[in-house]
Design a protein around this ligand. Structure first.
Ligand code: PMV
Length: 329
């Protein structure tokens, strides 16, 4: 039996990094999806492949279902990292179905840039758990998929993961995450634009950097709390559909993230290009260091400006995805 599921990526409207310390965050799912097809094999092996350009195209076959290492060299460190997520997602499906020795062929397609702040790993894990459990004849609801996907991120990122990415990808739409309290929010159709510098970041290293700063300097701990206050104001603006205020708060949020040392020249350049072109607001999204920014761009001028900005490799509109994890077969 073969099953295909997809799940969306996300942008952070507000609250990345601070969410790791129990402050609220509001990520929003976007119409960029990872699609995972899983078929059960007759043995206990795991074979993962992708012909996808964003994953550079690869095939990796695993030695067995015991968390064994791939029996071929994986092509790049990024794909090696992706394999860790796939392996742990498959383990969750085996556990959910009570089939510890199940083997799978897994095919991944994704139009979400890897490791760039758009929740690529969460989307692959969410879609992968859903497809693999269904391939074993088990249906999980979206909240259970989210919970299991969080367990994967928690394991792979060695305890340094919030529930934000995985809950958002599983549920879709705008969500609010504060510690273990995860809820969906009503949100208007926000005019998101994404700018991507073509690089990827190491989320774990960036989270560790902020953790160290927060322990060493009171200003950093205060900054994390200030982000929490800003997120609460942002929730009110979201409920009111006040795009001007949302944009202003995004600008503040970017400044506070810069104070925590997680912006980068390329991200600042794209943020300012979007603002100069009349965006209502712009900020980095995700762990920072490189990757993507998100702007609110009602009239499309920021999208045009980003397309002409040196260092912005790609820019695109990103509609709010109302569907979270979705079966595609
Ligand atoms: O860049 P991403 O998509 O890995 O997002 C990381 C978000 C953080 O808040 C920095 C970490 C987390 O687990 O919430």
């Amino acid at each position: 039996m073969s099953s295909t599921s997809s799940a969306p990526g996300k942008v952070y409207l507000f609250g990345e990094h601070a969410v790791v310390y129990g402050e609220p965050a509001v990520p929003c799912a976007i119409e960029r999806r990872a699609t995972v097809t899983v078929s059960e094999r007759g043995d206990d092996r795991l074979r993962v492949s992708s012909s996808d350009l964003s994953l550079d195209g690869f095939t990796v076959e695993y030695a067995g279902s015991d968390g064994g290492k791939p029996d071929v060299d994986v092509p790049t460190p990024l794909i090696e990292a992706a394999m860790g997520y796939v392996d742990a997602a498959v383990e969750q499906a085996r556990d959910a179905a009570g089939r510890p020795d199940a083997g799978f062929d897994v095919e991944i397609e994704s139009d979400i840039p890897l490791g760039a702040g758009l929740g690529s790993s969460a989307a692959v894990v969410v879609a992968g758990i859903d497809a693999a459990t269904r391939a074993l004849g088990v249906e999980l609801d979206a909240r259970e998929v989210a919970e299991r996907a969080y367990a994967v991120e928690h394991e792979v990122q060695e305890g340094q993961a919030s529930r934000a990415d995985t809950f958002c990808s599983a549920m879709g739409g705008a969500v609010r995450v504060e510690g273990g309290d995860c809820r969906t929010l009503d949100a208007p159709a926000l005019p998101f634009v994404v700018g991507y510098d073509g690089t990827s970041h190491d989320t774990g290293a960036l989270v560790s950097g902020v953790r160290g700063l927060r322990e060493e300097y009171d200003f950093a701990a205060d900054t994390v709390e200030a982000i929490g206050d800003l997120v609460r104001r942002g929730e009110e603006a979201l409920a009111d559909g006040d795009v001007e205020e949302l944009g202003r708060l995004m600008d503040f949020n970017h400044g506070l993230l810069s104070a925590l040392g997680v912006s980068a020249r390329s991200l600042d350049t794209m943020v300012w290009a979007a603002r100069d072109a009349g965006a209502q607001g712009a900020k980095l999204t995700g762990a920072g260091g490189g990757g993507c920014i998100v702007a609110l761009d009602e009239d499309g001028d920021a999208l045009t400006a980003l397309g002409l900005t040196p260092g912005c490799e790609r820019s695109f509109r990103a509609a709010l995805a109302t569907d979270g994890v979705r079966r595609e077969d």
